[in-house]
Design a binder for this molecule. Structure first.
Ligand SMILES: *[C@@H]1O[C@H](CO)[C@@H](O)[C@H](O)[C@H]1NC(C)=O
Ligand SMILES: *[C@@H]1O[C@H](CO)[C@@H](O)[C@H](O)[C@H]1NC(C)=O
Ligand SMILES: *[C@@H]1O[C@H](CO)[C@@H](O)[C@H](O)[C@H]1NC(C)=O
Length: 363
């Protein structure tokens, strides 16, 4: 890997559901689990599975009929089994489990939702986080993490880490917060890296972006190894973390649309950020104006970090200008949520909005 960092991407990072899940009316197809579905050009058998040889005889009669219309209905033509891989980059304070937390999965797991819709998701711990390489807290930052995402994306596009099923037909970058900034920067550097992009917990307007100030003040950041030697003794002082559960709430949650137990969970499972990430984190300063792929930006209506607690009317207009070449563009100020939008009570609706957008664009 560039810069000599080694990122560990556990095999569990990639999940997929049976391809047939995309056709809920078909009760006869065999279910199977594979790491990634890459079957976008497959035709899907449009009839119940055979029970007896009499069924087979009738099937043969049908497909050899001169009545072509009837015969062609045996196959559901043009049914595409979704096999898009979403490459998910988490934000500051979280690990890759942001996309699949150990909470009620129906309510909080974007991963479970996306898989249920037939997508595959590739999530990874960023540099310095979770199972990935620890580097100095004065080193991990935007530039090296952009390079890492670009490299991972190339590998996935080339069919690696996708369970030996070959190249996925489409790749969509998915980010939360700093992960959105990493994703869009990687895209700006190379427009061919992805076919679409989903930015959550982000904004394009620099003047409202409090990622730095917001986390510093709202989070009342402290040196991680001093706050919890048991957990973080090995981290140098460049690793910082918010002060307590209430500053976690001030940064990521908005009442009344969250469960305090979930905020406590976020606090208990939080991961330190680095000072150089904080310095490099800003708005979308160099947007990929020429990108033609579908683009959605969705932030909690009450996102403090990016919108100073009011994303209404901030996402659409600059967004449409910034992404004017996007095949389709959608901006969502997601009702009720704060910055950590997938940890709110209505998170599942935001998951649906995201995959609805992707599906409407053929992914
Ligand atoms: C031929 O196909 C048409 C259109 O699907 C259908 O209405 C008709 O009943 C079929 N005829 C036979 C003999 O299968
Ligand atoms: C998880 O949340 C769903 C939707 O609110 C609910 O129906 C289900 O009972 C919950 N499961 C558990 C184990 O609490
Ligand atoms: C999100 O999806 C819900 C249905 O699940 C829909 O009612 C709502 O209008 C959508 N919101 C946006 C902003 O797309």
């Amino acid at each position: 890997m560039r810069d000599g960092f080694s990122l560990r991407v556990p095999a569990w990072s990639i999940w997929a559901l049976p391809a047939w899940q995309a056709l809920p009316t078909q009760k006869t197809c065999n279910s199977y689990n594979i790491p990634v579905i890459v079957t976008s050009t497959n035709l899907v058998f449009g009839l119940p599975h055979f029970q007896t040889d009499f069924d087979v005889a009738d099937f043969v009669d049908t497909i050899t009929s001169r009545n072509v219309t009837t015969a062609s209905s045996v196959i559901a033509p043009g049914v595409q089994v979704k096999s898009t891989v979403l490459i998910a980059t988490h934000g500051l304070g979280f690990e890759k489990t942001y996309w699949d937390p150990q909470l009620n999965k129906t309510m909080y797991s974007f991963t479970d939702w996306a898989i249920g819709q037939g997508y595959s998701i590739f999530s990874y711990d960023r540099l310095g986080v979770g199972a990935s390489s620890r580097v100095s807290g004065y080193v991990a930052q935007l530039s090296n993490q952009v390079a890492i995402l670009a490299e991972l994306t190339k590998l996935v596009k080339a069919g690696q880490f996708v369970g030996g099923t070959g190249k996925p037909p489409a790749v969509v970058l998915l980010g939360h917060s700093f992960g959105s900034i990493i994703s869009i920067t990687a895209l700006a550097n190379d427009l061919s890296i992805a076919d679409g992009i989903v930015l959550t917990g982000a904004l394009q307007l620099e003047q409202y972006v409090f990622e730095r100030a917001g986390i510093r003040r709202g989070g009342a950041i402290r040196i991680a190894s001093i706050q919890s030697p048991a957990k973080w003794r090995q981290l140098d002082t460049g690793y910082l973390t918010n002060a307590d559960v209430l500053t976690n709430v001030a940064t990521f949650f908005k009442a009344p649309d969250y469960d305090p137990a979930v905020a406590q969970f976020a606090e208990n499972t939080k991961t330190p950020l680095t000072v150089t990430e904080l310095l490099a984190a800003s708005g979308i300063t160099d947007p990929p104006a020429a990108f033609t792929g579908p683009t959605i930006i969705m932030s909690g209506q009450f996102d403090f970090i990016f919108c100073m607690s009011d994303c209404d009317d901030l996402l659409e207009n600059p967004g449409e200008g910034v992404f004017s070449h996007a095949k389709s563009f959608k901006a969502v100020s997601f009702p009720g949520a704060g910055h950590g939008l997938s940890l709110h009570l209505n998170a599942a609706e935001s998951f649906k909005n995201t995959t609805d957008f992707l599906a409407s664009n053929g992914f």
